[in-house]
Design a protein around this ligand. Structure first.
Ligand code: ADP
Ligand code: MG
Length: 147
């Protein structure tokens, strides 16, 4: 199994699919980072820890999905950090560790249903990350040695 999975890369611009307008901004990784994902890392929603630059480590949820830009032949990785930042952080280095899997990708009948699902994911992530086995990864060297 590939979890926990550590990953780091520059935050790039996504397609502006309006995640921020939904109140759920997602920081996108460049192709090179996504290409490094193990083949068995399936699409869906993951949870874990994240830090921007050498800032604090926060809880996060990540969506691994099929990237429409590449006609759904390539994956994308989008991280929502569970924290309110004062400013955007495009161009900064985002470090993440994915520690668990929440659910597969689904399509939703309405925007409201989608937002509700994401908010449920966030609540599940917050709760599961309090388990000692997951909490210990927050203090991993990987974050203290962030570039
Ligand atoms: P894009 O399509 O460019 O990814 P989004 O609407 O998804 O646009 O917004 C993502 C951007 O919002 C991130 O790249 C980051 O700079 C900023 N941002 C602010 N707060 C957060 C957060 N809590 N989690 C993720 N990104 C955030
Ligand atoms: Mg995004």
């Amino acid at each position: 199994k590939s979890l926990p999975y550590f990953s780091r890369g520059e935050v790039i611009r996504g397609f502006g699919r309006g995640s921020k307008e939904l109140g759920i901004p997602t920081a996108n990784f460049p192709d090179a980072v996504v290409d490094n994902l193990p083949a068995d890392m399936g699409t869906g929603i993951y949870f874990g820890w994240a830090c921007v630059g050498n800032g604090d480590v926060y809880k996060m949820v990540m969506s691994i999905g099929w990237n429409p830009y590449y006609k759904n032949t390539k994956k994308s990785m989008e991280t929502h950090v569970i924290h309110t930042f004062k400013e955007d952080f495009y161009g900064e280095i985002l470090s993440v560790v994915m520690v668990g899997y929440i659910r597969p990708e689904r399509s939703y009948s309405s925007l409201e249903a989608l937002i509700e699902a994401i908010n449920n994911d966030i609540e599940e992530a917050k709760m599961k990350l309090e388990l000692p086995e997951h909490l210990k990864l927050r203090d991993d060297n990987f974050f203290t040695s962030a570039p």
